[in-house]
Design a protein around this ligand. Structure first.
Ligand SMILES: [Zn+2]
Length: 117
């Protein structure tokens, strides 16, 4: 990627060519991995080995908590991580990830709800 200064000196055609190449790169397996890991980092997720977690993400077929099978488009996979430390924990379905978030926020309230059943 050119620097901000170098990009300012480029013609519109040169900028369009770089944009076209960048879009093609993002469709490659490496480009998808880089973009996905960048998204995780942007959300504050921290782990020791992002590429291993990415491979686990790609090959995961079921929620690591309830066992529900994911959709084929993988959009229902959620990267469970501690919002205080950022540490990655598990790959979960939406329901389990939301429940985990509620437990983290107010454990006592969840325990009260359980005892009310
Ligand atoms: Zn689940």
């Amino acid at each position: 990627m050119p620097t901000k200064e170098a990009r300012a000196k480029m013609t519109p055609e040169q900028k369009a060519e770089i944009s076209r190449k960048d879009k093609l790169y993002q469709k490659t397996p490496k480009g998808k991995m880089v973009r996905t890991i960048s998204s995780w980092k942007g959300r504050g997720m921290i782990c020791d080995d992002y590429e291993s977690v990415y491979q686990r993400y790609l090959t995961s077929t079921n929620c690591e908590c309830c066992g529900k099978e994911y959709n084929k488009n993988q959009m229902d996979k959620h990267m469970d991580h501690c919002h205080k430390t950022g540490k990655f924990r598990n790959i979960l379905c939406r329901n389990c990830n939301q429940l985990r978030g509620h437990i983290d926020k107010d454990y006592k309230l969840i325990m009260k709800l359980i005892t009310m059943c």
